[in-house]
Design a protein around this ligand. Structure first.
Ligand SMILES: Nc1ncnc2c1ncn2[C@@H]1O[C@H](COP(=O)(O)OP(=O)(O)O)[C@@H](O)[C@H]1O
Ligand SMILES: CC(=O)N[C@@H](CCC(=O)OP(=O)(O)O)C(=O)O
Length: 269
């Protein structure tokens, strides 16, 4: 469950787009252009990014082996500073640079900039891993009103200033819930959830639970589907899991006549 709450009013016409580390290195110009078109059309975009492959390389260079449990990296104190530096100093800087160079006025942020608050997810199981506890929707809104697209690295901080590694899907979901975004788009290296080699168009919560249990959904897809379900539960109306070639095909996952969302996650097929 997303435990985040918003301190301020919702951000209107807001769409949260999470770009996975799997996709960042080869992000197409067409995808960046599609972001620009959305901004030019008046959408308030909030970009959240991961960086799993960059973290893997940096840790490997130091001879550190990390364990992934349910798609979440168990993070030890010896890893956390490298992870923070890679995500904020390297991955975030590269993405923000690319966006600004493409005419999208953007600024890099993380939990250290006060756009969200976080705390330990489960210290005993995952170590220095965080979860969003509060979203500063007002701050996001101020940036967006000034024409600045927030690009958020998945690094949080405790109230004491200790850095926390947050799974980027989990962070995107927490932010989308906190600003009451109209949609959450999880961009990854697969066109959607696959079953028996085929990309499925939509899945229900029941199917997700079953497919996790029987191994059809595994690894990095687990935090994605959990993020999607949390978002729908929190009132975000459309969630899509897609690759970077299929922008603009988000399917609404809620019947607007209903007050409660239909728990259905749409993927591209
Ligand atoms: N049922 C599934 N359908 C598609 N991909 C899946 C599925 N189950 C697990 N995966 C894995 O999830 C990966 C995407 O997650 P991840 O590597 O963490 O991407 P990202 O860096 O974009 O967050 C896919 O490349 C695939 O290996
Ligand atoms: C706690 C946790 O799992 N953190 C992730 C943060 C990066 C991430 O989520 O990157 P992707 O979007 O590429 O998966 C990690 O350490 O890999």
């Amino acid at each position: 469950m997303t435990t985040s709450k918003s301190t301020q009013a919702i951000v209107p016409n807001c769409h949260v787009i999470k770009i996975g580390g799997s996709t960042l290195a080869n992000l197409s110009q067409a995808f960046i252009k599609s972001l620009k078109r959305r901004v030019d059309a008046g959408q308030n975009l909030i970009i959240v990014h991961g960086g799993g492959p960059d973290i893997n390389s940096a840790l490997a260079e130091q001879g550190i082996v990390s364990e992934i449990v349910n798609g979440i990296r168990v993070t030890t104190p010896e890893m956390i500073h490298t992870i923070r530096n890679i995500l904020i100093g390297d991955v975030n800087a590269r993405l923000v640079g690319k966006m600004n160079a493409s005419g999208i006025s953007s600024a890099g942020l993380s939990g250290f900039d006060g756009v969200f608050a976080s705390n330990y997810l489960d210290h005993q199981t995952y170590g220095e891993v965080g979860v969003v506890t509060e979203v500063n929707a007002k701050k996001f809104q101020l940036l967006l009103k000034a024409g600045i697209i927030p690009v958020v690295a998945c690094v949080g901080t405790t109230i004491e200033g200790t850095p926390l590694n947050i799974n980027a899907d989990t962070l995107a979901s927490g932010i989308a819930a906190g600003v009451q975004a109209e949609s959450l788009l999880l961009v990854t290296d697969t066109p959607g959830i696959k079953k028996d080699g085929e990309t499925v168009r939509s899945v229900s919560e029941q199917e997700i639970r079953k497919w996790i249990a029987n191994g059809i959904i595994y690894g990095g897809m687990i935090p994605k589907v959990q993020a999607a379900l949390d978002c729908l539960e929190a009132g975000v109306r459309a969630v899509q899991i897609t690759d970077d070639t299929l922008m603009g095909t988000t399917v609404k996952a809620v019947n607007p006549l209903l007050t409660r969302p239909i728990k259905e996650v749409h993927t591209n097929a």
